[in-house]
Design a protein around this ligand. Structure first.
Ligand code: EPU
Length: 334
């Protein structure tokens, strides 16, 4: 059943109004196939809507994935395999694994969005990416309505990248994701901010819950809660730059932060570049650059997608002018 002319404002974390010509939800693969059988119109698939900026109304059909379920498909002495529906809220999955003491996803606590969307951009935070615990996924091939399985290698994961954002863009709908999680304590607290947070709490031997709580505390201190202030997390990727460019910036800014990539390249935090260029906390109309994390653009209430997009372009142009670095958007733009 398609609903007509539906406002997507509450289906994306940016909270920006844009209308879908037709809209429907599916909670099983069979339902999804039935919906596809009933339409020839162009498709847009929504997950949690947490990495999406809508700049116009959407022609055709918008489908929302609501396939639920977290199921143990294999239980071994030292690891489990979980099959998770694409419509499961990401943080609900993380909380489930913490409850059960399955190790691997705790650093990814509180990331907004859905499980089905998580492999699209290989979500990551605090030294972990989903590719580290990812086993395989099932996706419906839209053109022939057949389910296909993709292994980790076939997903071609990169930094906020996968095959589904590139060569297979718009061709598949991710229905289920399988994770391989350790039953033996393996925690990754080496990312500076986690250790510091645990230290301030006086925790020297953390549990899985301690690490998750630390990540939640760090995220809450820097990142705006979408239910209070519309946003889509990091709006830009951290750029990979040539060492020569980094050295040039270092001449003026001795403390420029960086992460090594290889012999000749490193990553500079886009948040640092944007803050240093003077954009942090800037507001234009109803949109702006977050006051606590310059990588995040926010909607103060009634911003349009175009206004947010135009602000992001101004930032991209300014960073290029000041640092000769081309920022790339991380958020999907429709
Ligand atoms: N920084 C600034 N000013 C700012 C923001 C950051 O100078 O306004 C500097 C900080 O001083 C720090 C560095 O940038 O040295 C890194 O900042 P932070 O640890 O906050 O992480 P990030 O590189 O800005 C990335 C991810 C986040 C993820 C964090 C933690 C991307 C695009 N973003 O941000 O992911 O939570 O690391 O691992 O890679 C997301 O993708 O939506 C997201 C929030």
């Amino acid at each position: 059943m398609f609903q007509k002319n539906i406002d997507l404002k509450n289906f994306t974390t940016f909270g920006i109004s844009a209308f879908a010509e037709e809209f429907a939800v599916f909670s099983t693969v069979e339902e999804l196939i039935r919906l596809l059988d009933e339409t020839e119109k162009p498709l847009t698939i929504l997950g949690g809507g947490s990495n999406l900026l809508l700049t116009k109304n959407i022609d055709g059909v918008v489908l929302k994935n609501e396939i639920l379920g977290i199921e143990v498909t294999e239980d071994h002495t030292d690891f489990v395999i979980l099959k998770v529906g694409g419509g499961v809220v990401w943080h609900d999955l993380v909380m489930h694994t913490i409850d059960k003491q399955y190790y691997g996803l705790e650093n990814l606590s509180l990331i907004p969005g859905s499980v089905g969307a998580s492999p699209m951009q290989n979500i990551g935070a605090y030294g972990v990416e989903i590719k580290d615990c990812f086993l395989k996924l099932e996706a419906l091939h839209i053109s022939d309505k057949k389910i296909e399985t993709f292994t980790k290698e076939q997903c071609e994961f990169g930094y906020r990248e996968s095959v589904f954002k590139r060569k297979y863009k718009g061709q598949y709908i991710i229905t289920n994701v399988y994770f391989k999680l350790s039953k033996i304590q393996t925690l990754n607290t080496s990312y500076g901010a986690i250790d510091a947070e645990l230290n301030t709490k006086g925790i020297s031997i953390p549990s899985i819950k301690d690490v998750s709580d630390a990540v939640i505390a760090i995220r809450k201190s820097k990142l705006p809660n979408p239910s209070e202030l519309g946003n889509a997390g990091s709006f830009f990727k951290n750029p990979v730059v040539a060492k020569s460019i980094y050295e040039k910036i270092k001449q003026s800014y001795v403390n420029v932060p960086s992460y090594p990539i290889n012999e000749s390249e490193l990553k500079i935090p886009a948040g640092w570049l944007i803050e240093t260029a003077g954009w942090k906390g800037k507001r234009i109309g109803d949109c702006g650059v977050h006051t606590k994390q310059a990588l995040v653009l926010v909607n103060y209430g009634n911003a349009t997608g175009k206004e947010v997009f135009d602000l992001s372009q101004k930032i991209i142009d300014d960073i290029y002018q000041k640092f000769q670095i081309q920022l790339e958007r991380e958020v999907n733009i429709l």
